[in-house]
Design a protein. Structure first.
Length: 467
C-alpha cells in the first residue's frame, strides 16, 4: 500500500517536469478539436497535422492510438503504458482533478486543461461529459449540450489524445439522476425531460420536479430536476450512456455522480410508492400514521427499498460496461455522511465498495472545517481501509490554501494512497491558490522518500480489481 505521504515526496527537491511535447499539438489544436465522427478520419487528421508541424513520432502514435476504437489493443496498451511510466516516476502531489464542463467548451480550453494538469503532475482527470441530461461528446442517446456552439467540436474526442499523450488518465464524469437545472425547459425533443417526463421524481403532493420553479427547487435544497430510480427505463438509460462512452472512446474509466435520490420524500412518487406497496403491502405515505410497534420496521423497509433502487442503477451500469468493455474502471462521487447518504438519498456506497460493485469511491469531503474532514477520513479508514478503494476528495472552492493543505496532510497521515481535488475550475479561478498550496505542502514532500511503485489498478490486479 502506498502511503500518500510518499506521494507527496520529492517534487520540491526534484528537477522541474520536462516540458510536455504538446507545442506542435497546440499549433494544430483546431484539427484536434474538429475530430471527425469516424475514428479513422480522426487518426488521419491527427497524423497529417502532426507531420506538418514536426510532432515526434511517439506523440503521433499516441494520438492515433487514443482515437482508435476503444477496444483496440492500442488504446488499452496506452493506459497500461502510462501506469508503467508512473511506476518509475515521482508520485503526484494530487492524483485526480474534477474538471467541470465549463472548462472544456472550446479546443483552446481543452488544451489548457491538459497543459495545466501535466504541469501539476496529477495522475488523471475526472471530466464532466454528461451534465444535465446532455452530452459533451458524440452521443446517440443524449442531445448535444446547448452550450456547445461549434457543432463539429467534440470535447471528449479532443481531450483524450492530448491527455493520453501527456500520460494522464481520463475518466468520463456522468451525472446520473439530476438532468436539468436551467431557468427554462431543454429545447431538444430528445432530452430525457421531454422524451420521458414519466421518469421525473414527484415531490410530496404529487407535482413533478420539472414543474417546480427555481425558487421552489432552492427551497427544497435540491440541485435540479431528478429522475426516479424506481423506473427501469431510467436505469437502463443511465447504463446505455455509460456503455456508449466506454464503447466509443478510449476512456480509462466511467465516473458516476448524482447517483442518488434528491433528498426529498419519494413517498408520493408513483413508481417508488407502487413498488414498495407491492413488496410490503404498506403505503409509504402512511408510515408515519402506523402504530409505533409497526412504524420502525416499516420505515426501515422503506429506506431499504429506496437503497435497492439506487443500487440497481449502479449494478446495471456495471453490467453494461462488462458487456461493452470488460475491465474499464467504474467509480462514483459519493456523499461523506454515510448514514445520511443511505437513509435520505438511497446511496449505500459503502456496500458498493465492499461488494466490488464500484472500483473506487471518490468521497466528497468538501466541509470547510479541517477537523470535520479529518474525522470523516478516519471513519472511512477504519471501516474500509486505505487500499485505494476510497479516495478522499478535497474542496478548494470554500477553503483557504492552508486548510486544504491541512486536509491533504491529514489524509497522508492516515495512509490514503490517492487524493482528488475539487475542482480544476475553482483552483484556477482563484489567483495564486495553486502556488500557495504547493508552498504549504513542500516541507512534507521534501521530507518523504519517493514512491517505489504506482498505485495498483484493475489492469495490474490491484486490491479493487473486481473478481
Amino acid at each position: 500500500m502506498i502511503q500518500l505521504v510518499l506521494l507527496l515526496a520529492g517534487l520540491a527537491a526534484s528537477p522541474p517536469l520536462a516540458p510536455l511535447a504538446l507545442a506542435p499539438v497546440r499549433d494544430s489544436v483546431s484539427a484536434a478539436a474538429t475530430l471527425a465522427p469516424a475514428a479513422r478520419d480522426s487518426a488521419r487528421a491527427a497524423s497529417r497535422d502532426s507531420a506538418a508541424t514536426g510532432t515526434p513520432g511517439a506523440v503521433r502514435d499516441s494520438a492515433r492510438a487514443a482515437t482508435a476504437a476503444p477496444g483496440a489493443a492500442g488504446a488499452d496498451s496506452l493506459a497500461r503504458a502510462a501506469r508503467a511510466r508512473a511506476a518509475t516516476e515521482p508520485g503526484p502531489l494530487l492524483d485526480y482533478l474534477w474538471v467541470l464542463r465549463s472548462a472544456i467548451g472550446t479546443p483552446e480550453e481543452v488544451l489548457q486543461v491538459v497543459e495545466r494538469a501535466h504541469a501539476m503532475g496529477v495522475r488523471g482527470l475526472l471530466v464532466q461529459v454528461v451534465a444535465r441530461g446532455d452530452a459533451f461528446y458524440r452521443s446517440d442517446v443524449l442531445p448535444r449540450a446547448e452550450s456547445l456552439r461549434d457543432s463539429t467540436f467534440d470535447p471528449l474526442a479532443t481531450l483524450l489524445p492530448l491527455a493520453h499523450t501527456a500520460g494522464l488518465e481520463v475518466h468520463a464524469w456522468v451525472n446520473c439522476a439530476v438532468v436539468w437545472s436551467g431557468p427554462r425547459p431543454p429545447r431538444s425533443p430528445r432530452h430525457v425531460l421531454n422524451a420521458h417526463p414519466e421518469w421525473v421524481v414527484r415531490v410530496p403532493g404529487g407535482r413533478p420536479m420539472s414543474a417546480l420553479s427555481l425558487y421552489e427547487l432552492r427551497r427544497l435544497r435540491v440541485e435540479g430536476v431528478f429522475l426516479s430510480p424506481a423506473h427501469r427505463g431510467m436505469r437502463t438509460w443511465v447504463a446505455r450512456i455509460a456503455g456508449e462512452i466506454a464503447g466509443r472512446y478510449p476512456v480509462d474509466g466511467i465516473h458516476l455522480d448524482y447517483i442518488r435520490e434528491p433528498g426529498v420524500s419519494l413517498a408520493s412518487d408513483p413508481m417508488m410508492r407502487a413498488g414498495f406497496m407491492w413488496r410490503t403491502g404498506i403505503d409509504p405515505e402512511r408510515i408515519a400514521r402506523l402504530p409505533l410497534a409497526r412504524r420502525a420496521p416499516a420505515d426501515s423497509a422503506w429506506v431499504a427499498w429506496q437503497v435497492e433502487q439506487v443500487t440497481a442503477i449502479v449494478r446495471e451500469v456495471r453490467d453494461s460496461l462488462e458487456r461493452v468493455r470488460p475491465g474499464v474502471l467504474l467509480s462514483a462521487a459519493v456523499l461523506p455522511d454515510t448514514v445520511a447518504a443511505r437513509r435520505h438519498k438511497g446511496q449505500a456506497w459503502t456496500d458498493w465498495v465492499r461488494e466490488g460493485l464500484i472500483d473506487r469511491a471518490f468521497v466528497m469531503c468538501y466541509a470547510p472545517i479541517v477537523r470535520t474532514v479529518h474525522d470523516q477520513m478516519l471513519g472511512y479508514a477504519s471501516a474500509l481501509g486505505t487500499d485505494g478503494r476510497v479516495v478522499p476528495g478535497i474542496a478548494v472552492y470554500n477553503s483557504p490554501p492552508s486548510h486544504a493543505a491541512a486536509k491533504i496532510k491529514a489524509a497522508a497521515a492516515l495512509g490514503y494512497p490517492m487524493l482528488a481535488l475539487y475542482s480544476y475550475d475553482s483552483l484556477y479561478s482563484r489567483s495564486g491558490y495553486w502556488t500557495a498550496l504547493q508552498r504549504l505542502l513542500a516541507p512534507a514532500r521534501a521530507a518523504a522518500p519517493a514512491p517505489s511503485h504506482a498505485p495498483p489498478g484493475r489492469d495490474t490486479g490491484g486490491p479493487w480489481t473486481r473478481r
